[in-house]
Write a protein that binds this ligand. Structure first.
Ligand code: FES
Length: 151
């Protein structure tokens, strides 16, 4: 595991200087929050670094606790244990396993978006009751940068 050394300006000394950072606008029922997210980190952890609370459980893209909707922008969802094109068509993302590829506008109701995504998967017969075939060999949990050495 890589431990950061801090520069004093919020940047880790071992950050790559050419790492892209994107502006994320998160619209919630009670507030709109703006934060910065690295291209090489899952959105959930950029939120945690910015002291923004969000529900999460599995940190693997499986339980749907961290569901949000993508209103605009481009993301990489490919690290989620469960990822379906129908989710993307409906604008759902899982913050624990999605990396930004541009500035984003996200919508999240911490109490409602998980239910909406669960219902969406039920309607498309995609609600995972067990790990998908082969998922165990891709096991990861937590930050993207801390897990890249184990792949
Ligand atoms: S925390 Fe489980 S899907 Fe994100």
């Amino acid at each position: 595991m890589q431990h950061p050394l801090w520069c004093g300006d919020g940047r880790a000394m071992n950050d790559q200087p050419d790492t892209l950072r994107f502006h994320i606008r998160l619209e919630r029922p009670d507030a709109t929050i703006v934060f910065e997210a690295r291209e090489d980190e899952y959105l959930l952890y950029s939120m945690i670094d910015a002291a923004i609370e969000s529900p999460y459980i599995c940190e693997q893209g499986w339980c749907l606790a961290c569901a949000a909707r993508l209103r605009s922008g481009d993301v990489d969802r490919s690290d989620a244990l469960t990822v379906y094109p129908e989710d993307a068509d409906a604008g759902f993302i899982l913050l624990c396993s999605t990396k930004p590829r541009s500035d984003l506008v996200l919508v999240q109701d911490e109490h409602g978006t998980r239910r909406e995504m669960t219902q969406h998967r039920i309607e498309h017969n995609q609600l995972a009751r067990a790990y998908p075939p082969g998922a165990r060999s891709r096991f990861r949990r937590g930050r993207a940068r801390a897990n890249t050495g184990g792949r």
